[in-house]
Design a protein around this ligand. Sequence first.
Ligand code: KIV
Length: 267
Amino acid sequence: MAVTPRTLARWKQENRPIVALTATDYAFARVLDGAGIDLILVGDSLAMVALGHATTLPLTLDDIIHHAKAVCRGVQRALVVVDLPFLSYQIDSAQAIASAGRILQETGAAAVKLEGGYPQLLDSVKRLVEIGIPVMGHVGLTPQSIHQTGYRQQGQDPAAEAKILAEAIALEQAGVFCLVLEHITADLARRISQQLTIPTIGIGAGSACDGQILVTHDLLGFSERQPPFAKVYTDLQATITTAACQYITDVFQNAQVKHPDFPEVKP
Ligand code: KIV
C-alpha cells in the first residue's frame, strides 16, 4: 500500500514510528523504497551531496525537478516529498503555488516541503493546502537561512525555544501534514511532538519525535561534512574506493602494463 499523508497521521495515533531518508536519484530511491523507507525526501541538501555546492542556496527549481523525476521513477510505496528550493516560494503565495504546482505536475511527487514559520509563509501554506497540495513544514535549523544561523543547534534559550514552538503550532494550524524538526534540543522536540496532532520528523532532535529522517549520504559515510547527530551506518566511500582500486588493478594487470601514477598496482 502506498504511503500517503493520511497514513502518517494514522501512524502517529498508533505510535508507529515513521522512517524517512533523502534520495537524489533513481538508483538510491529504488533501493530505499524496496528496503521499506516510509517517506523519501528529495531534499535541497542534494545541492551539497549530489551537486557539490557549499550550501543549499544555489539549487534551482529546475534542478530539483530534474532529480525528483528520477526519484519518483524508482519509488512504488514511499511517500515522496520534494523541497521547494531557496527563492522558489518566499516571494508570495502566487510564487509558492506556481513552484509547488510544477513539482507535483512534472515529477509525480505527492507533497512539497518548505522552511520557516513566519506570517507571510503561513498564508502561502494555507493557499497551497486549500488547492490540494500537501505541505510538510520544517523548523529549527533551516539550512536556507544558514547565513543567519550557522549550523548550530537552534532553540538554545527560552525566547528561541518559544519562537520555534509558536512556529510549529502556527504551521499545524495553517495545514501542514507533517513537520521536520532539525537540530533542536531533545526536550523541545518532545514538547512539540506531544503538543501537535500532526507527526513530527526529527533530524538531530532526539528520539521523542514521531519519526526520524537523515540525509542518506550521511548515513552511508559519503559526506564531506558529517553532522554531529548523523550516525554512519556503513562506509560506502571506503567500499567504493576499494572496488574502484580493484578494478584499476585488474585492467592494468590484464594489459600487463605498469601504472604510471600508482607503482603499487603491479602488472
Ligand atoms: O534537504 C534535506 O535533506 C532536508 C533534511 C535535512 C530534512 O531538508
